[in-house]
Design a protein around this ligand. Structure first.
Ligand SMILES: NC(=O)c1ccc[n+]([C@@H]2O[C@H](COP(=O)([O-])OP(=O)(O)OC[C@H]3O[C@@H](n4cnc5c(N)ncnc54)[C@H](OP(=O)(O)O)[C@@H]3O)[C@@H](O)[C@H]2O)c1
Length: 320
């Protein structure tokens, strides 16, 4: 199964063609011909070897865990899909990623591609959408009328997170650099705090969603209500004794999370799209080639991406 990945951990120059062994599909799985793959920071963090302890992969592996494509083969017990259906999905985190010609995925993690979205748009949504749904709906249980402080509104997670929080009826205050103020406002943020202009949040918050981590999380704690909930996807919660002490003082429900894809949450994502409540935000696309992936990784590593980067495979062409 040909794709783009690594034989050794290292910088973007390690990206190369990788051909992993094929296998038969199980009864509950589908084989999907990929047309686009989202690019996420986990792709280059894993490539560098930063996640070796948490995710002990033994390369070779193909990268990318965010996809859209067309069903090529359906297992015996699959009833929701047929060969030829266009779909989008976030597969389990295995050595078989979505920078590839095809991938085998459990039926439960796949949803029909919304007709009004291109393959690139659809592939930009699963990983970030599922992350936000798990954080805001399942962990923080964000309610209509609550005040949310969102750290990092302009990135891949932030641009979808603001839209989902607004769909849930929350009041959204987000941080961003001054240059992205109008951009995050246009995604629906009620208030923007420019972190590079020494601006401070106004009032207190029920929920904190942290996509930045480190001091950004620690410095947000004074603005939370007693008993507030925090969810960090960047290791911010209880990151050291001082932070834990400040969380305890305010009886904060503090959570770090690592997203797990579920059937319920990919279906919820599809519902938000169908109800016109969220719209993809693509910074730019690159071809699904080794050179395109190298460039996309350099772009993502800059930590300045607005919305998402997507790799596109036109007309199911061979990956080179
Ligand atoms: N645990 C999980 O399950 C999970 C899931 C998804 C993502 N993540 C992690 O969450 C983080 C965000 O992911 P992503 O896809 O949104 O990344 P991304 O798209 O690469 O984020 C880039 C954005 O971050 C903003 N940013 C950088 N520093 C900032 C700061 N100090 N304050 C506010 N905004 C800042 C930048 O905006 P400015 O130019 O305006 O600063 C840029 O728009 C990554 O570390 C990723 O690995 C974790």
């Amino acid at each position: 199964m040909k794709g783009i990945g690594i034989n050794h951990y290292g910088d973007h120059r390690e990206l190369t063609i990788v051909d992993l062994p094929d296998r038969e599909i199980n009864a509950n799985e589908v084989r999907i011909s990929l047309r686009a793959s989202g690019v996420n920071p986990i792709d280059w963090k894993l490539r560098e070897g930063y996640l070796k302890e948490a995710l002990p992969f033994d390369p070779p592996l193909t990268l990318g865990w965010d996809g859209a494509g067309v069903i090529k083969e359906a297992g015996k017990s699959v009833d929701a899909f047929q060969v030829g259906d266009a779909v989008f999905f976030r597969p389990e985190l295995t050595e078989y990623g979505t920078y590839a010609e095809e991938i085998i995925v459990e039926e439960a993690l796949v949803q029909p591609k919304p007709e009004n979205l291109s393959f690139a748009e659809a592939a930009s949504l699963p990983l970030v959408g599922l992350t936000v749904i798990e954080a805001l709906m399942e962990i923080a249980e964000l309610k209509s009328g609550q005040r949310l402080l969102f750290l990092g509104g302009s990135g891949g997670v932030g641009t979808i997170g603001i839209q989902i929080a607004k769909a849930l009826g929350a009041h959204v205050t987000t941080t961003s650099s001054e240059k992205n103020r109008a951009f995050v406002k246009a995604r629906g943020a009620d208030t923007v705090i420019a972190y590079d202009q020494q601006e401070e949040p106004d009032g207190e918050f029920d929920v904190l969603f942290d996509t930045v981590g480190g001091s950004a999380y620690a410095e947000a704690l004074p603005y939370l209500k007693t008993g507030a909930s925090t969810v960090s996807i960047a290791g911010g919660a209880s990151q050291n004794d001082a932070v834990s002490k400040n969380e305890e003082k305010k009886r904060i429900h503090a959570n770090n999370m690592f997203m797990q894809p579920t059937k319920k949450n990919i279906a919820q994502l599809r519902t938000f799209i169908d109800q016109n409540q969220i719209h993809p935000v693509i910074s730019h696309t690159r071809p699904m080639t080794v050179d395109g992936a190298k460039q996309a990784h350099l772009d993502s590593e800059s930590n300045r991406t607005r919305g998402k980067i997507v790799l596109v495979r036109e007309n199911e062409e061979e990956i080179t």
